[in-house]
Design a binder for this molecule. Sequence first.
Ligand code: CA
Ligand code: CA
Ligand code: CA
Ligand code: CA
Length: 381
Amino acid sequence: MNSGYIKGLKVVLAFFAFLSAGTVMGAPNLTPYKPSGWSDKIVVARTTGTTTDSTSLVPTDSLYVNWSVINNGNSTTTNSFVVNLYVDGVLQTFWSSGGALPANNYFYATDYPIGSLSSGSHTVSITADPGNTVTESNEGDNSYTKTITVGTPPMPDLARSTDSITNLTPHAGDVVPVSITITNQPCASGTTNSGAFHVGFYFSTNNTFSGAGAFQETAVAGCPANGTVTLNPSVTIPSSASNGTYYLGYKIDDLNEVTECTETNNGIFYWTVTVTARADLAPQNVVVTPNPAATNSTVTVNYTVANLGGVTAPASHTKVQIKDAANNILVQQTFTTVTLAAYATANESRSLSLAGSVPGVYYAYVTVDASNEVTQGQQHQ
Ligand SMILES: [Ca+2]
Ligand SMILES: [Ca+2]
Ligand SMILES: [Ca+2]
Ligand SMILES: [Ca+2]
């Protein structure tokens, strides 16, 4: 139960010269009432300390209710009574008058918090004397329902402004700088800063990007309301791409971190690029046996040389090194690696002497294309 207040009216209410049939003479009558200076019998505001309804409510507003009930009958109520408060038909709380309410006095409460409400239409209602402890001249005028509308909050709408790419004929594995300017345009409900999001990059042989997932995500700190943000990421053309036409696309907020009024204008936007394949040698699965090894013994270094690229890599040289923890070379030797077709691999096994070693930790390094004989999209070691 909450505490309300009782107030006497400063002006005498007009005498009711005509009473309708069935009226109980001399009875009290409770009914919702708009005190002088209030905007309604129920006032819903986003702040305390006011009895004027707030306008343009949004879901983030914390709302406060004020209400009033008068005894506009001809006598004091015989008992105390309660007033129920409902939001969307659900009882929130009630107040007791705590005693009789004289005629021409009103009972009211202010600044009762009801929290926030979702976008859309809501009802706030009061009912005086729901338990009918007071016999009134009119039992049919004890409720009042106010309908309020909570609007849609301002939202961002990220969209493409301009974009450019520095190279439409890259080689596989090339790093291609691009520039993208994104705008945060107004929604019908207004605009607001976007907050952080990502731009995802896509690479596909079809311009619908069916089945393609983002191969790169670029983080963007945010985009101001009615403003723009420009990003200048470098995208790496997949080194495995064979010769052909591809679509290099980007989608704004592809991880859907920003709720926008329009989600359908975010891409995928794309450039059409003509890719020339390159070989791309990479060392894989380096294993040394035995491990641990005795000082001054011989170890075998096994590894795979993979051609990750879309064209044949010519014969090349692979350097194998064993270094100590301080990066001093104990031994190094360079070996011939065979021609490798696109996407092919070769397993190699090399023996190296540990002459001059002392007890401690050593590391094996494999460097492919050590003599720089293969035109590659990327260098691996
Ligand atoms: Ca009544
Ligand atoms: Ca009653
Ligand atoms: Ca958008
Ligand atoms: Ca979004």
